[in-house]
Design a protein around this ligand. Sequence first.
Ligand SMILES: [Zn+2]
Length: 59
Amino acid sequence: MPWNYETDCENCGIKLKIEEQPMNVPGGKDKEQAYCPECNHLVAEHMTSGFITARVLKQ
Ligand SMILES: [Zn+2]
């Protein structure tokens, strides 16, 4: 199941939405990271068979 949640960047404090983007490929679970679009700080790291995106939430 894909998931998403909101978080704040620890480095610059911007509000971000972290989303899993599943790729419908069996297996291949791997550790994926997402980075703050503003400051490039690591904001999420999860095991997933897809990949993770971080986008800025509009105020
Ligand atoms: Zn940031």
